[in-house]
Design a protein around this ligand. Structure first.
Ligand code: FES
Ligand code: FES
Length: 440
């Protein structure tokens, strides 16, 4: 791996020789003097540190420098030289959308990313585009109005001046999967997918194995049985790909805010072992398989066998999660709910996914999974078996026994919310799922 990180910063080639685990936020402010990028929470929740990397909004507080080799980084200082900025600036002024100004660089860059992908957003889409950016003094209506006004006159990217790069000048270079597996033999290297979890606890001297740009791990393909997702696919990659099943897209659409979705990978979401992981819940309920590889061997493991306990997985110290295989059929009749406090926060209080595949009045498959309830995602195929192979009528007579079996099986642990609350939500969601599926 190179000792220097070479990348483009506001259209200029630059080189960085410090710690690869350093936060981009600190390097922008400390080394490059670009103090328009602000520091708020250091946890990906406020958006004050937003910058644009390869044309996508990301949180610079959760981005390690080593992930940026060949990237194209634009900060507010680069963007404010553009005609596009002038239009947004005028609109923010017209609606008095700025008070202290602390959140504004992040808000403006989030607006740019929104308008460059969606030139005529609805109010709902504007609010969604800004959902990861918090303003503590102006309030949001004036900002939303400003973006609405700007959208009417926003110059197209094609006519933008050279300082506007928007991901066009980056030339990502990365190691191959084979090299990554060799490097994985060194137990001191921590696999880094998108950094959105790892960097919250970041220490500069941590040595990462950067997986975010390994081409073989970014593909989404299909064979006759499976849709195959490379472990370095981001949540945004999944949302945009037509091969992604609707149940997975629904969960991805509820996954935090745009900047986190642009960086967070499914490999990271699965491997961190959290029972709250949104995409892992879907992979559990769909009985996905994981392709795990080391330098010397490779194996396919059902995801249900991957989780061994709280934050404990079956991944061997020299293995990487390379690919996730999701069955292509039987996923159309599904139910998904995530219960949380603020949509743009990634942490669920309870999440639930259910699949009821019925053909010719017979249940071909019944699967449910509960997230954020226990030490691991709850998936009890032994209970679901009760309904598989039954006609709708037979299954309806087993409804109460099925629900009672889950009532016994679900033992929530105490977390941000109480045990009783979690249990009640789980059971309500299960009843809703089964009654919609069997009685409607
Ligand atoms: Fe709050 Fe980065 S500082 S999201
Ligand atoms: Fe003060 Fe938004 S203008 S935080």
């Amino acid at each position: 791996m190179p000792n220097h990180i070479n990348f483009t910063l506001n259209g200029e080639n630059v080189s960085y020789a410090g710690a690869r685990g350093a936060r981009l936020l600190d390097v922008l402010r400390g080394e490059f003097g670009l103090t328009g990028t602000k520091c708020g929470c250091l946890e990906g929740e406020c958006g004050a540190c937003s910058v644009i990397v390869d044309g996508k909004l990301i949180n610079s507080c959760l981005t390690a420098m080593g992930s940026l080799e060949g990237a194209d980084v634009m900060t507010i200082e680069g963007y404010c030289k553009t005609e596009r900025f002038a239009v947004l600036d005028k609109a923010f002024e017209a609606t008095s959308a700025v008070q202290c100004g602390y959140c504004i660089p992040g808000m403006v860059l989030a607006s740019e990313c929104l308008l460059s992908s969606n030139p005529n957003p609805t109010e709902k889409e504007i609010r969604e585009g800004l959902s990861g950016n918090i303003c503590r003094c102006t309030g949001y209506n004036a900002i939303v109005n400003a973006i609405d006004i700007a959208s009417a006159n926003y110059p197209s990217a094609e006519n933008a001046p050279p300082a506007y790069t928007n991901g066009k000048s980056g030339t990502h270079t990365s190691i191959s999967l084979k090299d990554a597996l060799m490097l994985r033999k060194n137990p001191a290297l921590i696999p880094y997918g998108g950094g959105t979890d790892l960097m919250v606890e970041s220490a500069e001297d941590v040595d990462y194995l950067f997986l975010n740009n390994i081409a073989e791990m970014k593909n989404i393909t299909e064979d006759d049985k499976y849709i195959r997702f490379g472990a370095s696919c981001t949540v945004t990659d999944i949302l945009k790909n037509p091969l992604s099943p609707a149940i997975l897209k629904d969960a991805c659409a509820e996954f935090a805010a745009p900047a986190i979705r642009n960086a967070g990978t499914i490999g990271g979401n699965i491997s961190n072992g959290s029972p709250k992981a949104d995409t892992a819940l879907i992979f559990m309920v769909t009985d996905a398989k994981l392709r795990l590889a080391s330098a010397d061997s490779e194996r396919i493991l059902p995801i249900a066998d991957f989780y061994l306990g709280r934050k404990k997985t079956a991944l061997a110290p020299d293995e990487l999660l390379v690919e996730v295989l999701v069955p292509k059929s039987g996923l159309d009749n599904y139910y998904y709910k995530k219960v949380g406090a603020r949509k743009a926060l990634s942490i669920a209080r309870v999440s639930f996914a259910g699949i009821l595949d019925i053909k010719d009045d017979v249940i071909q498959n019944c699967a449910v999974a509960f997230g954020a309830v226990s030490d691991v995602i709850i998936r009890r195929a032994d209970i679901d078996k009760m309904l598989i192979g039954k006609t709708i009528k037979e299954a309806a007579t087993l409804r109460d026994a099925y629900i009672n079996a889950y009532d016994e099986a679900i033992v929530p642990i105490r977390g941000r919310v109480g045990i009783e609350y979690r249990k009640n939500v789980c059971m309500n969601l299960l009843r809703e799922f089964i009654d919609e599926g069997l009685l409607n």
